[in-house]
Write a protein that binds this ligand. Structure first.
Ligand code: C2E
Ligand code: MG
Ligand code: MG
Ligand code: MG
Length: 283
């Protein structure tokens, strides 16, 4: 198979380098080229305030748009981007593009929105995040309060003290910090206080079947009540049904995000979606 791919590939193909490694190499090349050729795009998924039903924010989710038009989801390339370090320049681009887009919507007269950006642990370890975030905000002219940074508990694994310090500095800029996929990691509750986070994002695995599975419902209720007593905002992701949304509202979850409200969409589709959504709500 390697032979068929050409002489150059053949030369590098040692028995130690199995097919999987070869695929990884090809993926890295594809990603590097995609970055140069600006083939990454951001999709945005609405975040809804459950009490009022209003759109309050969007999460930026990266995709790779290939030359043939095919769209690659982040699950197919984020790990490779992390392993190769490409997540650092890619993450910088995501920050800049998301901030610039939030500013464009603001100028178009859309209601005030926050834009949430996912950060990888590698960006904390290998990048100068404070600088990237400051630069992205300044260049876009966006108020820091409009930017939310989503982190997972995994950033605390290597060097918790150093991470906490970086988070404090980020927080001091005025941006909002949230813990993504909350409930799947293992950070202690004491950390949450020290981390100066503003928001917990309940992992979708607990949310998806909240209306059907009593255990999931119990976990979600416990997270909401803990978040509220720590004076943290709480958002549920993976809200796929009206029943789930109703339950979350009953349990006083602040915000929700999921297919029930909208799928992630290209930036240009958001104003049209909002108009329809407001029409449906009679707002
Ligand atoms: P995440 O940040 O937890 O994002 C939520 C994922 O769930 C997204 O998948 C979203 O499209 C999907 N989702 C939203 N609502 C629903 C729903 O109701 N049902 C179901 N089944 N799924 C729903 P996506 O866009 O494929 O992103 C996957 C993951 O890739 C993200 O998980 C995030 O960890 C990572 N990611 C995405 N963009 C970036 C980025 O710019 N940088 C980094 N470092 N990671 C990113
Ligand atoms: Mg996220
Ligand atoms: Mg999330
Ligand atoms: Mg998540």
């Amino acid at each position: 198979q390697a032979k068929a791919a050409g002489r150059d590939t053949w030369r590098f193909y040692t028995p130690a380098m199995n097919e999987q490694a070869l695929e990884q190499l090809q993926l890295r090349t594809l990603l590097r080229r995609a970055l140069e050729q600006r083939q990454f795009v951001l999709y945005y998924q609405p975040q809804i305030d459950l009490a009022s039903g209003a759109l309050v924010g969007v999460e930026a989710l990266v995709r790779l748009q290939r030359e043939d038009g095919a769209i690659m989801a982040p699950g197919q390339f984020i790990a490779a981007a992390e392993d190769s370090g490409l997540i650092v320049p890619l993450g910088e681009w995501v920050l800049r593009e998301a901030c610039a887009q939030a500013m464009r919507w603001q100028q178009q007269g859309l209601p005030a929105l926050t834009v949430a950006v996912n950060l990888s642990a590698v960006q904390f370890r290998r990048g100068d995040l404070l600088h990237s975030v400051t630069q992205a905000l300044t260049d876009a002219g966006l108020a820091p309060q409009r930017l939310e940074l989503e982190l997972t508990e995994s950033i605390l694994i290597d060097d918790a003290e150093q991470m906490i310090d970086q988070l404090r500095r980020l927080k001091a800029l005025g941006v909002c910090l949230s813990i993504d996929d909350f409930g799947t990691g293992y950070s202690s509750l004491a950390y949450l206080k020290r981390l100066a986070v503003d928001k917990l994002k309940i992992d979708q695995s607990f949310v998806r079947d909240i209306a059907g599975d009593p255990d999931d419902a119990a976990i979600v209720r416990a997270i909401i009540s803990m978040a509220r007593s720590l004076k943290l905002q709480v958002i549920a992701e993976g809200v796929e049904t009206a029943d789930a949304a109703t339950l979350l509202r009953m349990h006083q979850c602040h915000e929700a995000q999921g297919w029930h409200f909208a799928r992630p969409m290209p930036a240009q589709d958001l104003p049209g979606w909002l108009e329809q959504y407001q029409g449906r709500r009679g707002a």
